[in-house]
Every structure is written in structure tokens, then in C-alpha cells.
Design a protein around this ligand. Structure first.
Ligand SMILES: Nc1ncnc2c1ncn2[C@@H]1O[C@H](COP(=O)(O)OP(=O)(O)OP(=O)(O)O)[C@@H](O)[C@H]1O
Ligand SMILES: [Mg+2]
Length: 315
């Protein structure tokens, strides 16, 4: 869907067909982000966060207005908080600073684009957990451990862990599989870099947890991705967004119960209530009130974490 006005182009931000950006090629479509490159420059790319929404790994037909802007705003916020000690691959989120980006698209892309150096990705998801939840909880329920990590008996869903742990997974096009830290270190390539990633990730998690706690939010878990730029380790991809992290309202966490998370749980709950959807494409229609509630939830966590909303976004 595309509408043209006199001086700018407005797009349907969920644009399911991919936006044509003159001079750029769309070379990858994630569930949420579209990645573009200029044919003569393999060292940089443009990440466009759309408003697409996926649940159970299926992209819904509906989009959540401003979701891509919220995700970009939160990543940018955290990246700036830590940039003095943690280098990131991203260069700018200002469309006007992106070389060769047609001016008529700046307005439509503002707030949802990240121009970044293309790093050689480390194919490991660095998952950190402070609380038992999701796949970690399911594993503990079954085995009393979290894969190779021993845990005390008697923990419940959403119990705090004795200490923050890293439970890495592979990063692949297939399903991400849990691996040991030794396997992660082998994929990272050498012991020194593995140790650097480990300590940077733990420090980032600790700093983010402290900030969140001061705002009444618990950071239950998250995942980071790293890459190499000229041999140097840098942070890549989204950082501490509600898509990559579990944030919980601190006053609503009760071990044994699943706390309400600040993400697309509203959509997941709705989809779970449908008896006749097999969690494969095509997705069922998602009602407008579910979309609106999900949007409100994203705006709420954006405000709590960053103290602001993306430019031009109103609650
Ligand atoms: N600076 C960077 N250098 C290299 N790769 C990057 C960089 N930043 C992000 N990436 C990669 O770009 C992709 C971003 O797209 P996106 O997150 O939408 O898709 P995805 O993670 O592959 O799949 P999913 O839809 O499950 O999230 C990821 O594969 C991420 O690892
Ligand atoms: Mg991703």
C-alpha cells in the first residue's frame, strides 16, 4: 500500500511486499526487519523495522501501528546508554544521515531505520536469564536443570535464579538450539573473544537490570547478538527490546504464576484461545481491539524504559 503526497511518500509501515527503495536492494526479510544494501557497498546495510507482528513464528496479516518505531527507539536508547564502553555496529537512525537514501523516503522511514556497518555475525545468541521463564522454565520443570546448568530444587515458574546465567543458543535459519558455553566459545572462535563477550553481556545485563528496577520493571531475560568489525567485537541487532527480552512489572511477579509481560502476550493469548488454528500459516485474523491493546502495551514499556515515545508517536 503506497500513497504519494507532494513532497513525501507515506508507506504502509507493515508493507508485506517489501518497500522499494530506489538504489537499494532488499536482500533479507526477517519476520520484523527488512534489510537493504546498496549494490556497490557490501560493508553497510539499512535495517528497516516494520510494524509486522509474528506470534508462534507466523507473521500475522495485521500490523501493530508504530511497533517498528518503538523497537528502534528502545534499541537506540540502550545503545546510547552503554556506548562509552560497549561498541555497537550501528551508525545512525537518522534517515538524513544515510548516504544515498532518497529524500522523499526520509519521512516515511524516520524512526524505523538503522543504518549499520555490516558485521561478521557471531552465530550464537547470547541469552541471559535472571528469572526462570519460557523455555528455561520448561527445561527445569522437565529435568531440574537448565540444560547444562545445575539449579537448586524447588524453583517455580518466574522464580529468581541464584545468579544471572548465560544459556546460549545457536543462531541459524533453523530452530535455535540450546548449546553449552564451551560449544558457544567454539562457535565464537577463540577463548579470549568468548570471555570478552561473556563479560560484556553480563555487564550490559546488570546495568539494564538496575535501570529497569529503578522504574519498577524486572528484566527477566534477554538475548544479545555480537559481530566482528575489522576483527573487533561489537554489539549488533536489536538491544533489550520487548521482542528480545522479557520485562515484567515488578509488583506483579509471584513465583508459580506467569507474570504479565510487556510484549505480544495479548496476541499469543488470543491465538491460544482459538481452537481451530494449527499455528501454521495462514494466520487467522487478529481483531482490532487485540491489536490496539498490544500497541498500548508496547507504548507503555517504551515510556517506562526510555522516558519517551518515538518522535511523532502518540499514545
Ligand atoms: N550489524 C549487523 N551486522 C550483521 N548482521 C546483523 C547486524 N544487525 C543485525 N543483523 C542480523 O540481521 C537480521 C535482522 O533481522 P530480523 O531480526 O528481523 O530477523 P531474524 O533475527 O533473522 O529472524 P527473526 O525474524 O526470527 O527475528 C538478524 O539475522 C541479525 O542477526
Ligand atoms: Mg531477530
Amino acid at each position: 500500500m503506497r500513497a504519494t503526497s507532494t513532497d513525501s511518500v507515506s508507506i504502509d509501515p507493515g508493507y508485506r511486499g517489501g518497500l522499494a527503495i530506489p538504489g537499494w536492494e532488499l536482500f533479507y526479510r526477517g519476520k520484523v526487519r527488512d534489510l537493504y544494501r546498496r549494490p556497490d557497498d557490501a560493508r553497510h546495510m539499512l535495517m528497516v523495522a516494520t510494524d509486522r507482528l509474528s506470534a508462534f513464528d507466523v507473521v500475522m496479516n495485521e500490523t501493530v501501528p508504530d511497533r517498528g518505531r518503538v523497537l528502534t527507539h528502545i534499541t537506540e536508547y540502550w545503545t546510547r546508554q552503554v556506548e562509552s564502553w560497549l561498541p555497537a555496529a550501528r551508525i545512525t537512525t537518522d534517515p538524513a544521515q544515510v548516504p544515498g537514501l532518497p529524500a522523499e523516503l526520509h519521512g516515511a522511514l524516520r524512526g524505523r531505520t538503522t543504518y549499520t556497518a555490516e558485521a561478521r555475525r557471531v552465530d550464537v545468541e547470547i541469552v541471559l536469564r535472571a528469572y526462570l521463564a519460557g523455555s528455561g522454565w520448561r527445561e527445569y520443570e522437565k529435568t531440574g536443570r537448565m540444560w547444562d546448568i545445575a539449579l537448586p530444587p524447588g524453583l517455580k515458574n518466574s522464580s529468581q535464579l541464584p545468579e544471572v546465567v548465560i544459556t546460549p543458543t545457536t543462531k541459524s535459519n533453523e530452530k535455535d538450539e540450546p548449546i553449552t558455553w564451551a560449544q558457544a566459545a567454539a562457535l565464537i572462535g577463540n577463548a579470549a573473544d568468548a570471555e570478552t563477550i561473556r563479560s560484556l553481556a553480563l555487564r550490559l545485563f546488570a546495568e539494564a537490570s538496575t535501570r529497569c528496577a529503578s522504574r519498577g520493571v524486572l528484566l527477566a531475560d534477554t538475548k544479545f547478538e555480537f559481530g566482528r568489525l575489522d576483527g573487533k567485537l561489537v554489539l549488533i541487532d536489536e538491544v533489550l527490546t520487548p521482542d528480545s527480552s522479557r520485562y515484567w512489572p515488578a509488583d506483579q511477579v509471584q513465583p508459580g504464576a506467569e507474570p504479565p509481560s510487556y510484549d505480544k502476550e495479548i496476541v499469543r493469548a488470543y491465538l491460544r484461545s482459538l481452537k481451530d488454528w494449527n499455528r501454521k500459516p495462514p494466520p487467522p485474523p487478529v481483531p482490532a481491539d487485540i491489536i490496539q491493546k498490544t500497541r498500548a502495551r508496547y507504548l507503555e514499556i517504551c515510556r517506562i524504559l526510555t522516558g519517551s515515545l518515538p518522535e511523532g508517536v502518540h499514545g
